[in-house]
Design a protein around this ligand. Structure first.
Ligand code: NCD
Length: 306
């Protein structure tokens, strides 16, 4: 039985199929509205979430299934000291598929080893966030007509930002992509991602602290929030939180065809004045996330039955 813990658990072909399914769901929603009848999704969220949890729930409801779960650790037996393994074994008795978010890196993997239904990693600490990447991939595919030949700027908290780690893993598998890593010194991309993903695959990348200087060459600008909850002290967070604020004036040398992305929530990284710019894609990402989660739930349930 298959789970989704890292985006690399899906082959390039499987991602292509998920995108094709999501496109078909967008065009023919009625065809899918009973596909998961009598199936249950459990959302086990040990960390705050708006988009990820609600899009999983909306996805399952739109497939005709139902949803159980909790949205904070204190509302579960974790507060009494139950292990992730025992929680996973227990929830397997009630649900056909599990989506789990947890502050500890690796917790969804532990759950997948112990559950007897598929487990989807809905974000584990500062590590990975594969379903956000599915939302990002559908968005890039629809905006750019493909996933290759792109110069991708990722900006902000590249150290703790799990969405960035999964996106770099995913986009490194397509030909002709290169990365511009834009961050303060303290929040640079972890060396394991540079070594095991970028250098291992021969992907060109540069590192800079200066967003405006690199703006003209970018096809995609992926902004991120400084991840306050991963900092050891508030002082460092306060010093770094407003390192990059995208305003209309900073876009003056950007390509007409630039796609501006952000996994959201934004705190201060993108001025609301940019929301009406045709290059802003971040609310499209939100909607695309629901369609890709529908496609993923369908795939994993089909596989677990087959
Ligand atoms: C992201 C996350 O949880 O990592 N949010 C999301 O799922 N869309 C990004 C973030 O919290 O900054």
């Amino acid at each position: 039985m298959k789970s989704l813990i890292s985006i690399l658990d899906l082959s390039v072909e499987e991602i292509e199929q998920l995108i094709a399914t999501a496109d078909d769901i967008i065009d023919n929603p009625d065809k899918y509205c009973e596909k998961c009848k009598r199936k249950k999704l459990a959302t086990l969220f040990f960390e705050p979430s708006t988009r990820t949890r609600l899009s999983f729930e909306a996805a399952m409801l739109e497939l005709g299934g139902s949803v159980i779960g909790f949205s904070e650790a204190n509302a579960s037996s974790a507060a009494k000291g139950e292990s992730v393994a025992d929680t996973a074994k227990t929830v397997s008795c009630y649900a056909d598929i599990i989506a789990m978010r947890h502050p500890k890196e690796g917790a969804p993997l532990v759950a997948s080893i112990n559950a007897c239904v598929p487990v989807i990693n809905a974000g584990d600490g500062g590590h990975n966030h594969p379903t956000q990447t599915l939302a990002d991939l559908l968005t890039i595919h629809r905006e750019k007509g493909g996933l290759s030949g792109l110069t991708i700027g990722v900006c902000g908290d590249l150290k703790f930002g799990r969405t960035v780690h999964s996106l770099i893993q995913a986009m490194s598998r397509y030909s002709g992509n290169s990365f511009v890593l834009i961050s303060p010194e303290e929040l640079k991309l972890p060396s394991y991602v540079k070594k095991e993903v970028l250098r291992k695959n021969g992907i060109p990348y540069t590192q800079t602290t200066d967003l405006e200087q690199v703006m003209p060459k970018l096809d995609i600008l992926y902004m991120t929030r400084v991840q306050r909850e991963r900092f050891f002290n508030e002082e460092d967070y306060l010093r770094l939180k407003d390192s990059y604020i995208l305003t209309p004036s900073k876009l003056k040398n950007a390509k007409e065809s630039l796609s501006i992305m952000h996994p959201l929530p934004r705190v201060n990284e993108i001025s609301v004045l940019i929301d009406d710019d045709p290059r802003a894609c971040y609310f499209k990402q939100v909607l695309n996330g629901k369609y890709m989660r529908m496609a993923l739930i369908l795939k994993l349930l089909e596989e677990s039955e087959g």
